[in-house]
Design a protein around this ligand. Structure first.
Ligand SMILES: Cc1cc2nc3c(=O)[nH]c(=O)nc-3n(C[C@H](O)[C@H](O)[C@H](O)COP(=O)(O)OP(=O)(O)OC[C@H]3O[C@@H](n4cnc5c(N)ncnc54)[C@H](O)[C@@H]3O)c2cc1C
Ligand code: SF4
Ligand code: SF4
Length: 428
């Protein structure tokens, strides 16, 4: 059996890695962040079971770390690919973490004492993290990384506190990036997606109104490991909301922005409304939709359950404008009541915008390195609809949201299909 390379360690990459490794095939799992896990590691609960997301994913992440056939190359990027199916020569840049992973115990002492705080991308920039950090508590590998852009020692030759504090002697400010050469039979691309920042939709006030959030921000706010420890709080006084409005298709299915359907948002907003009501049983939610896309197994029943058991009201309308009350920071949404043919309004304390799932920021760069094509929107292109895992280059396959927006279940079965195809070549 020859080796296989997987690029991207989200749920799709993880599933492909485990499938291949269990068949006796050695896998390199290249992840650009300091931890595998991807977006699923940052979600609170998952639809349509409302199971804890990280509770399902963490065992798989740990299995990857301990599997004898999987080598995780975190904080790394594929920079060159040559050759063809059965014999690809790959160069990977392993970025310096300035921490010796073989010594770091993940104790966190350094992070507690580090004086440098910067906006925390893993909490949608809603709080701060240190310059030496773990992306989230269940990170795999659980090893610290120093952010070289912000560390005082690496930028100004000051501080050095973490080296003095670390009992394991793991800090190494002299570490350098390393280029590793691999030889693999096949490659799976699973680099996920990115999200749209809806500042240009000025009518919804994102970035101007304190209580308007994106759905990803909401995931972190309702998450016990997030910046507010799972408590929903509204400006200006931290009170909890009694009414929340969710607006669908904010930039998706929009000829001026993202023309595609982001596929999971309707279900995710129903889930989010249910979670809010689980936290605060008197809380009411209003989901403003264009078409409620609840098409997969048990999705329709889930939407009905929201209405019946969780105080969710579905409103077939697209709010034209949101206005903020300067004093209370409450938000009034104006929308057309189709049945009555008049303009209606509703006041809520919080608004959540379901923004588009976009192609990964790295999709075009990775496509260029691999010599594969992207579609007209920038998602990784597959050969045709009857071949949903094969890219335009033989021996390179695709899985998960980098191919098009999809939920975890679909990502996992595309990942298993991609691993089966990749295994055929590795076993030749
Ligand atoms: C707000 C929100 C809520 C959601 N809620 C649910 C839900 O409840 N249930 C559900 O089924 N689905 C949900 N989804 C969808 C779910 O997140 C995706 O289906 C799933 O994460 C897709 O997995 P993936 O592995 O394709 O991508 P990701 O999870 O995005 O993982 C991609 C990985 O690739 C890495 N990567 C990126 N570029 C590179 C590179 N150049 N080199 C190496 N690595 C790279 C990334 O760092 C990341 O770790 C939600 C999505 C959003 C946005
Ligand atoms: S670098 Fe040292 S102090 Fe920091 S988490 Fe690792 S072992 Fe602990
Ligand atoms: S040396 Fe850098 S990472 Fe370490 S404590 Fe100081 S600022 Fe933080």
């Amino acid at each position: 059996m020859k080796d296989v390379l997987i690029i991207g360690g989200g749920v799709a990459g993880i599933q492909s890695a485990l499938d291949l490794a269990d068949r006796g095939i050695h896998v390199y799992l290249v992840e650009k962040e300091p931890s595998i896990g991807g977006r699923m590691a940052l979600l609170d609960k998952t639809m349509s079971t409302n199971d804890c997301s990280i509770c399902i994913l963490a065992p798989k992440m740990n299995e990857c770390a301990s599997h004898p056939n999987i080598e995780i190359m975190e904080y790394s990027e594929v920079i060159e690919v040559k050759g063809k199916a059965g014999n690809f020569k790959v160069k990977v840049r392993r970025k310096a973490k300035y921490v010796d992973s073989s010594k770091c115990t993940g104790c966190g002492d350094c992070m507690e004492k580090c004086p440098t705080e910067i906006p925390n991308e893993y909490n949608s920039y809603l709080d701060k993290r240190k310059a030496i950090f773990l992306p989230f508590p269940q990170a795999v590998p659980r090893k610290a990384t120093i952010d070289k852009e912000h560390c005082l020692k690496l930028t100004r030759n000051r501080c050095g506190l973490c080296e003095r504090i670390c009992k394991a002697g793991a800090i190494d400010y002299n570490q350098k990036d390393k280029i590793i050469e691999l030889n693999v039979a096949s490659i799976i691309v699973a680099i996920g997606s990115s999200l749209y920042e809806p500042k240009d939709l000025v009518e919804y006030g994102y970035g101007r109104y304190a209580n308007v959030h994106t759905w990803m921000e909401y995931e972190r706010l309702i998450n016990a490991a997030g910046p507010t420890h799972g408590h929903l709080k509204c400006a200006p006084d931290g009170r909890r909301p009694k009414k929340i409005a969710f607006i669908q298709c904010v930039g998706s299915r929009d000829v001026k922005r993202c023309q595609w359907c982001s596929s999971v948002c309707c279900m995710v907003s129903i889930k989010s409304a249910m979670l809010a009501n689980e936290h605060y049983p008197d809380l009411e939610s209003y989901i403003f939709y264009s078409d409620l896309r609840v098409f997969s197994k048990r999705f329709y029943e889930y939407s009905k359950r929201g209405e019946r058991d969780y105080k969710v009201t579905y409103i077939h309308a697209r709010p034209g404008e949101i206005k903020e009350d300067k004093r209370t920071k409450n938000l009034t949404l104006y929308y057309e009541d189709e049945e009555k043919g008049k303009i209606n309004k509703i006041e809520v304390e919080m608004v959540v915008l379901a923004t588009p799932i976009m192609p990964s920021k790295d999709a075009r760069k990775i496509a260029e390195v691999l010599g594969i094509e992207t579609d007209k929107y920038g998602f990784i292109k597959t050969v045709d609809y009857t071949n949903p895992v094969e890219t335009t280059k033989k021996g390179i396959f695709v899985a998960g949201c980098c191919e098009r927006p999809k939920d975890i279940t679909e990502s996992v079965y595309q990942a298993s299909a991609a691993s089966a195809k990749a295994a055929e070549i590795a076993g030749d």
